[in-house]
Write a protein that binds this ligand. Structure first.
Ligand code: SF4
Ligand code: SF4
Length: 291
C-alpha cells in the first residue's frame, strides 16, 4: 500500500476539491482527511458514518469550589490568565494550557488536572471507499496528534482491506500537523495557484518535503487565471527540481460539483477540468510506481 499526500502550504488552492476528484479516480484506496481544523472532504464524498470515537488529549485544571478559600494564589501564578480570582476561583477553559502550576501551589488542594476531550474522529463509508476523518473541538489544540491518529487509523484500515493506496488530504501551512501528515508518505502532491502568495507558500511546503526527503510534484490549479504567474511557478519548479505533473484550468464545472457535493469526475465527466485531473491522476500514479 502506498500513501499519497496532498498539501498546499496555504488554504484556498483547491486541494480538497482535487483530493475529492482523485478519490473518484484512484482505484482500491482508503482516504484520510487530515485537515482536522477545518475538515471538508466530507462535503464532497458524502460519508455514511460507520463509527465515531472520542479524541482525548491533554489536561485542564478543575477547581473544587467546596475546598477553594478564594485566596487568589492560582490566578496570580497562572501565566495564561486562565483563572479569575473571585470568591472561589473561576477557570476560563479555553485559556488553560494544562501546565499544572495552579494545582501544585493551591494551598487547599482544590485544583486537580483532568483529561479533556479535544475532538472526535470517524470511520465512514463513501461511494469511493472507506474514509477516516475527524473534527477537532472548538478552541482545542493538539491537531498534530489528531492528524497522526487519523492517518494511523486510515493506514491500518487500508492494510486490513488490502487497499493499494492511501489518499490523504493534508492540513494547510507548514507546521506540526503538516509534519505529522508526512510520516510514512510515498509521494506529496503540492497544489498551488497562480498567485504570488501561492508561489511563496509552495516554496515553503516544497522545502519541507525536501527536508523530510519525501518525493514531491506540483499541480497548478486554475493555471489559466494568470498564465504569467503559472509560467513563473513552472520556471521555479524547474529551478528547484520539482516535477510539474498537473495544470488544471479554471472550469465552472468545479463549482457545479461542489454545489452538488459530488466529486468532479462524477458530476461532469467530460469537463476540461476533469480531463486535466484524469491526466494528473495518471502521472501521479506513474510517479508513485506500482503499489
Ligand atoms: S489557589 Fe486554591 S484556594 Fe486559592 S483561589 Fe485558587 S483554587 Fe482557591
Ligand atoms: S493548569 Fe496552568 S494554565 Fe491551566 S489554569 Fe492552572 S496554571 Fe493556568
Amino acid at each position: 500500500m502506498k500513501q499519497i499526500l496532498l498539501l498546499s502550504g496555504k488554504g484556498g488552492t483547491g486541494k480538497t476539491t482535487i483530493t475529492g476528484a482523485l478519490a473518484a479516480l484512484i482505484p482500491n484506496k482508503v482516504m484520510a482527511d487530515c485537515d482536522v481544523d477545518a475538515a471538508d472532504l466530507h462535503l464532497i464524498l458524502a460519508p455514511r458514518l460507520r463509527a465515531e470515537h472520542e479524541f482525548w488529549c491533554g489536561v485542564e485544571a478543575e477547581i473544587d469550589g467546596s475546598r477553594c478559600s478564594g485566596c487568589g494564589t492560582c490566578a496570580a501564578l497562572c501565566r495564561f490568565q486562565a483563572l479569575v480570582p473571585e470568591d472561589t476561583a473561576r477557570l476560563l477553559p479555553f485559556a488553560c494550557e494544562g501546565c499544572g502550576v495552579c494545582a501544585h501551589f493551591c494551598p487547599e488542594g482544590a485544583i486537580t488536572l483532568r483529561d479533556k476531550m479535544s475532538g472526535v474522529w470517524f470511520i465512514s463509508d463513501t461511494d469511493h471507499g472507506t474514509m477516516v476523518h475527524a473534527r477537532l473541538g472548538i478552541g482545542q489544540e493538539n491537531s498534530g496528534k489528531l492528524v497522526s491518529l487519523v492517518k494511523r487509523q486510515a493506514a491500518e484500515l487500508a492494510e486490513e482491506q488490502g487497499a493499494d493506496w492511501l489518499l490523504v488530504d493534508g492540513p494547510p501551512g507548514i507546521g506540526c500537523p503538516v509534519i505529522a501528515s508526512m510520516s510514512g508518505v510515498n509521494f506529496v502532491l503540492l497544489i498551488t495557484e497562480p498567485t504570488r502568495s501561492g508561489l511563496h507558500d509552495l516554496r515553503r511546503v516544497a522545502e519541507l518535503a525536501r527536508h523530510f526527503k519525501v518525493p514531491a510534484g506540483v499541480c497548478i490549479n486554475k493555471w489559466d487565471l494568470h498564465p504569467a504567474t503559472s509560467d513563473l511557478i513552472t520556471r521555479e519548479c524547474e529551478l528547484i527540481g520539482l516535477p510539474l505533473i498537473g495544470r488544471i484550468p479554471f472550469d465552472p464545472a468545479v463549482v457545479e460539483s461542489l454545489v452538488q457535493g459530488v466529486p468532479l469526475p462524477v458530476c461532469r465527466p467530460a469537463a476540461p477540468a476533469t480531463q486535466a485531473v484524469s491526466e494528473l491522476c495518471r502521472l501521479l500514479l506513474q510517479r508513485c510506481g506500482p503499489p
